[in-house]
Ligand binder design. Sequence first.
Ligand code: ADE
Length: 239
Amino acid sequence: MRVDVISIFPDYFSPLELSLIGKARAGGILDLSVHDLRFWTSDVHRTVDDTPYGGGPGMVMRPEPWAAAFSAVASPSATLVVPSPVGRPFTQADAHELASLDHLVFACGRYEGIDQRVLDDAATRMPVREVSLGDYVLFGGEVAVIVIMEAVTRLLPGVLGNAESLTEESHAAGLLEAPVYTKPASWRGMDVPEVLRSGDHGRIARWRREQSLLRTAARRPDLFDAYPPDRLDRRDRAA
Ligand code: ADE
């Protein structure tokens, strides 16, 4: 997968050299380039923003550098992803969709955002997705891109050693995962649930299923209510 990130703070992206994302890049699974938007400015001050039409606080990103940047990096198969608090909520399903694409271009807005015409014009040339990480406001899109790239990279074939960890994890099935434990079996007076040490795979699977349902109902009633009733079996209902 090819990924181009455009930002006025390219230094934000050094974490993408670490750990499994760094490994995916070194291994040729992920071809990621970070670009400084100011490279596509033409004035001596390398200006990327200006005051908002209609008044109000803050600055808005001017369209010209963005248009030049997209012309330079976008391929015919590119999808533009713009993190923004006004985007649609980013979910695990979005991560799967993005992971299936050939080429992502991320545009990191700062200040009060990017001139709307940039996105409207880009949408005539390529698919554009405005995505929000949640109902809060960040300084800009940079940290959101790092989050999205973690969610996407771990779904790329060859990145995670154990493919099972993808199918069993939280959100994969629309429910939160059960609690997990490791050694020692007893710690600060708390014992690992007996069932997990029983070696009885049927009981363990049943316990995990119940914990998953209970946790989801308690912590994420929205997910629980959206869970398809035909995926609840008789024993789930009893629990
Ligand atoms: N940029 C600023 N706030 C954001 C948010 N909540 N999600 C994604 N990008 C953002």
